[in-house]
Design a binder for this molecule. Sequence first.
Ligand SMILES: NCc1[nH]cc(CCC(=O)O)c1CC(=O)O
Length: 309
Amino acid sequence: MTPPLLRIGTRGSPLALWQANCVRDGLIRSLGTPAETVEIVVIRTTGDAIQDRPLSEAGGKGLFVKEIDEALLDGRIDLAVHSAKDLPTELAVGTALAATLPRADVRDAFIGGAAARLDDLPKGAIVGTASLRRGALVLRRRPDLKVVSFRGNVQTRLEKLARGDVHATLLALAGLNRLGLSRHATEILDEVAFPPALGQGAIAVIARLGDATTFGALRPLDCPDTAAALMCERAFLAVLDGSCRTPIAGLAQVSGGTLSFRGMVLSVDGARTIEGAIHGPAADAAALGAEAGREIKSRTPADLLAAFG
Ligand SMILES: NCc1[nH]cc(CCC(=O)O)c1CC(=O)O
């Protein structure tokens, strides 16, 4: 009897394909099936088609998952692989998180053209980033810099920097590592001074609710500590997600069953920051994240969370 064929849905960017292949390798190993029984299906999303304006204006994160969710719900694919930080706060009805892979480096990398370190950029230098969080964190540290919107996949952004469009950019170290491009990083930013996006460095696998075969196949790939950290970070985001125009950062770390979380909301210009921290049993991950979110929200001026502030 031929083993069941599992189809993995993914976007077609080199980073997305690397991540899908990572899950594919894990499934082949855990199932012990021939390589050809786990297939990758590339799905083009609305987000991939929009290259000319910031996604926060076009409709946000959901643009990268809508078509993939549809393929999953239609049964054209059995599982979908996403960067956890690109997942919308609410997963599509009928889908659920089936596995969270062990987390990679959570930090952001500074990629300097004009200087190797953020603190050494000349006054008024231009930093390109598509991320409101990175822009706000840069301006918090260097209010004299100019932040410009910068789209495209990791390779495109590195090309734009090499061309001199900007003096520096920032990218997730995890993505650079996966693509074999970490040599471009000229400084690794500390995760406390420069907290990552919620979910950064984690790969999430989504499956159809009720599809016990796929959930079972994915179980051995799951890292419970990373899953707990992600639950906490997503619960924090769900409470705070006033709009995708609010810079939000945060990181949960699990060690010996205890979860520690630090979160931050910033104004886009980085001039105002509201920070909070919480810790407790990893088993209460979601409740801890939500509590941190409510606590920070209670101290956050309404204009920072407003959709068009
Ligand atoms: N928004 C794009 C995206 N989604 C996930 C990563 C990096 C990999 C990760 O965080 O797991 C990146 C690129 C970047 O932010 O530099």
